[in-house]
Each structure stands twice: as structure tokens, then as C-alpha cells.
Design a protein. Structure first.
Length: 185
């Protein structure tokens, strides 16, 4: 059994670039200059890389949490990107929308008959985000010799994982929370 297929690796690479692009002007590691304020849409490769390093693990590990939990229960599972979700996210970025809505993909699994397994598979993604949130909080609290860039990275990691956790546990279909908390039909 292959843990991650080549097509999933490609999907994760696409996802990383898109999410990095979306957050590249939100998660900046250098102070804005006057030039940046005059030219706010200027592409910055350094910001793209930094934003990708902060956001992609939260999303990718979330999806892998679903995938590996399903596989642990004996189900086949594969990550798929959702092109429309990525396009919507990019369009919202381009029009400078204050709302950030990213639905980059999903893990496809066959129907799960056991309600507990179904809920555990759904909960695995948000629990990964909760774990990453907790790790970043602990490092920020107890590691006193962090460099400025490391502190910014961990603070943003904490923030993005908190947002993903809260958003994904909302009991609204098709979010994970609806699969965890709402009665199965």
C-alpha cells in the first residue's frame, strides 16, 4: 500500500503554491517599505516562500490526518485538489476581498459504515490542527531564545491552525464538524 501517490504529491505542490500566493501579502517577514505601500501588489518571492512554509503544513497535515486515519481503519483514501475551490480562493485574493475562503481539496474515501470510524476520520484533520496549535503555543511560551523570524513563524503557525481548527469544527456541511457532531443520515 502506497502512503502518498505521485499525483497526491503534485496536488500538494499545487496547493502549497496557491496557499502561499494567497497569504504572501498577509504573512510578511520584513517590514513594509514606502515602496511596498505605493506598490502593494508587487510580487515578493521571499514572502511567498514564508507564507507557504507557515500555511501549507497546516492544510496538508490536516488532509493527511484524514487520509492516514481512514487508511488505519482499512479504507483506501486519496487526496484530491478541488480546482474550483482553488480558483475561488485566488479570485478572492485578486479582488482583495476581506474574506479568505479556501477549500483546496478533500480526501476521497469509500462509504464508512461504522459511525465511530466515520467521526474519527472526520475529526482527525481538526485534531492535527489542534496539535500544531498546541506545539506552537508551547514553543512560544517555553523557548525564550527564539530569533525574530522564528517567533513570527510560530505566531503565524499558531494563528492559522487556530483558524483552521475553529472553522473545521463548525457543524455546517460539508465541513468536518458536520460529520463529527451532526446525526448521520
Amino acid at each position: 500500500m502506497v502512503l502518498i501517490t505521485p499525483i497526491e504529491i503534485l496536488y500538494f505542490m499545487i496547493l502549497t503554491l496557491v496557499i502561499g500566493y494567497i497569504f504572501s501579502d498577509k504573512f510578511s517577514i520584513r517590514p513594509k517599505t514606502v515602496y511596498d505601500m505605493i506598490h502593494p501588489r508587487r510580487f515578493n518571492k521571499e514572502n511567498l516562500i514564508f507564507a507557504s512554509l507557515v500555511t501549507a503544513p497546516a492544510v496538508i497535515l490536516h488532509e493527511l490526518g484524514h487520509k492516514f486515519t481512514a487508511m488505519a481503519f482499512g479504507y483506501t483514501a486519496q487526496f484530491f485538489i478541488w480546482p474550483l475551490g482553488l480558483v475561488i480562493a485566488v479570485v478572492l485574493k485578486i479582488i482583495n476581498s476581506p474574506l479568505i475562503l479556501i477549500a483546496p481539496g478533500y480526501v476521497g474515501i469509500p462509504p464508512v459504515a461504522d459511525p465511530l470510524q466515520y467521526r474519527l476520520i472526520a475529526a482527525a484533520g481538526p485534531l492535527v490542527n489542534l496539535l500544531l496549535l498546541g506545539i506552537s503555543l508551547l514553543i512560544l511560551k517555553y523557548h525564550k531564545k527564539l530569533k525574530k523570524k522564528q517567533t513570527i513563524f510560530l505566531a503565524l503557525t499558531k494563528q492559522i491552525n487556530l483558524i483552521l481548527f475553529v472553522f473545521n469544527v463548525l457543524p455546517i456541511p460539508p465541513l468536518d464538524g458536520s460529520k463529527i457532531f451532526l446525526p448521520l443520515s
